[in-house]
Design a protein around this ligand. Structure first.
Ligand SMILES: NC(=O)c1ccc[n+]([C@@H]2O[C@H](COP(=O)([O-])OP(=O)(O)OC[C@H]3O[C@@H](n4cnc5c(N)ncnc54)[C@H](OP(=O)(O)O)[C@@H]3O)[C@@H](O)[C@H]2O)c1
Length: 463
């Protein structure tokens, strides 16, 4: 298809200098949402992309299960197969684009492509979060690139920003809204006062959530992404297995309303923070619904949009905003990776941008993820009490505890969704999770307390 520009009326012909270079030959595994978008954008912007890459980018072979559907996307000039392994090892392919998804077979295809000396571009965050360390090691051994901008925040080039633009910085933290489905649901809960289940139904009806939304709503998708970001930010291996992951399925509309009363909004945040305080050395790596001040930029990232903030010691705080999913939005990242590969093909591996931003010998293998108990943040507590009189009993009890209280609000029925009952709302100073857990356990047994005490983290994310 890309061999004959006349076939695409929108695409001007390639420059003769570009035609003189051998094109980068692509084999693609999967031609669904991302694959089809990649094909379309490559075709539409063919000459532009070739001019930037210095050579043409030519689709040679595509693997899919439903070949008729695949043919309706790629036409007749591209070979089709049911066998992804054939693409992974195809002798006419320089780079394998894996956009099929999943972890088991995808791992085998990607490792086979690497062993066959092919570069790999993937948008598969689940694959890299679970098998990234093995895949990057194999790629180093075989001197090929594995590029994965599409696996993190798609239209937002955050991997490139961390590995290249911010490479001078000691990164202190990376945090962001990196799952569009949950951000859409949380926006609906806040704006329309919906419960979680209703907001999820709307997200599914509008195509913002998949039929099985588990990975999104349980925070797993965001954890895949923040694990990759942490590895790039801190020069450490991918530590997805150690991340603390909490989704939004247990979040109550009442807490969205109470946060609002306190001047905060609840967002599902991925946070990776380097800690070198109080004798603690390590990284906090976590996904959780958290309160952010209503005046904070992240509080204004709504609907399905994503945003990532990075704090570096030299650059200070930077923020990146854009669509975190979508066909051509992800294609934008996949093709950027293909252009990088087109430019680097033939260079020595040691001269390229390393997979995780620093060269293998400099990766900090010892940098560990801190346990949950050691996580140190501000906290929100909501304590339901039996009657308005008992609000003061709980306030007095809290004053005698180790928890450093910054703000207490007495919330009566009339300010809250109907039937909520009186509540004590507490914002704490920064305190270890272990201290909060102790206080919450003790509160649970207090006779004034009418139900489970809710705790959420509060993230100030200051410069
Ligand atoms: N969608 C997004 O917005 C987005 C954003 C960022 C990253 N991603 C990632 O990109 C990847 C692809 O996502 P997607 O949304 O494009 O998925 P999708 O629409 O379900 O497409 C998957 C494609 O892979 C093919 N496929 C799956 N298993 C196969 C097998 N065993 N053999 C041959 N073909 C196979 C499917 O073929 P058939 O159609 O013939 O069954 C389909 O063409 C995933 O890793 C996802 O996490 C997606």
């Amino acid at each position: 298809m890309f061999r004959d520009p006349v076939q695409s009326p929108e695409a001007p012909p390639l420059h003769p200098a570009t035609v003189a270079m051998r094109p980068l030959r692509v084999g693609m595994i999967g031609i669904g949402t991302v694959g089809a978008g990649t094909f379309r954008v490559l075709a539409r912007n063919q000459a532009l992309i070739a001019g930037r890459a210095g050579r043409g980018i030519e689709m040679v072979v595509v693997a899919a299960r439903n070949l008729a559907r695949a043919a309706s996307v790629v036409g007749t000039d591209v070979a089709l197969t049911n066998d992804p392994m054939l693409v992974a090892t195809h002798p006419d392919v320089d780079v394998v684009v894996e956009v099929a998804g999943g972890t088991g077979p995808a791992r085998a295809w990607v490792l086979a492509a690497i062993a066959a000396g092919k570069h790999v571009v993937t948008a598969n965050k689940a694959l890299l979060a679970t098998h990234g360390n093995e895949i990057f090691a194999a790629a180093r051994q075989h001197g090929v690139a594995v590029a994965y901008e599409g696996a993190v925040a798609v239209s937002i080039p955050i991997v490139k920003a961390l590995r290249e633009g911010l490479t001078a910085n000691r990164i202190e933290w990376v945090a962001g809204i990196i799952n569009g489905t949950t951000n859409f649901i949380l926006s609906k809960m806040r704006d329309e006062g919906l419960g979680f289940a209703q907001a999820l139904e709307q997200a599914q009806a509008l195509g913002y959530a998949e039929a099985d939304p588990t990975f999104d709503i349980e925070g797993v998708d965001a954890a895949h992404k923040i694990s990759l970001l942490a590895a790039n930010a801190f020069g450490m291996p991918v530590r997805f297995a150690d991340a603390q992951v909490e989704g939004i399925t247990r979040l109550q509309g009442l807490d969205v309303a109470c946060a609002e009363q306190l001047g905060y909004r609840i967002k599902l945040l991925g946070v990776a923070k380097r800690r070198v305080d109080d004798g603690v050395q390590g990284v906090e790596l976590r996904v959780q619904p958290a309160l952010v001040p209503a005046t904070h930029l992240l509080a204004h990232v709504n609907g399905s949009m994503n945003a990532v903030m990075v704090k570096g010691d030299a650059a200070g705080v930077t923020m990146f905003y854009g669509a975190g999913a979508g066909s051509e939005q992800t294609a934008s990242a996949v093709i950027a990776d293909l252009v990088d590969v087109a430019r680097l093909d033939g260079t020595h591996a040691g001269q390229r941008v390393p997979h995780l931003g620093c060269h293998a010998h400099a990766l900090d293998e010892q940098l560990a993820v801190l346990p949950r108990a050691a996580v140190f943040t501000h906290h929100y507590l909501r304590v339901p009490v039996h009657s308005a009189q008992q609000i003061e009993v709980v306030v007095a009890w809290l004053a005698a505890q180790q928890v450093p209280v910054l703000q207490i609000q007495r919330a009566h029925d009339k300010n809250l969704p109907s039937g909520s009952g009186p509540q004590v709302l507490v914002l704490t100073d920064r305190v270890a999770q272990a201290t909060v857990d102790l206080a919450v356990n003790a509160l649970a047994a207090h006779p004034a307390v009418a139900g489970p005490v809710v705790t959420l983290r509060v993230e100030m994310l200051e410069g």
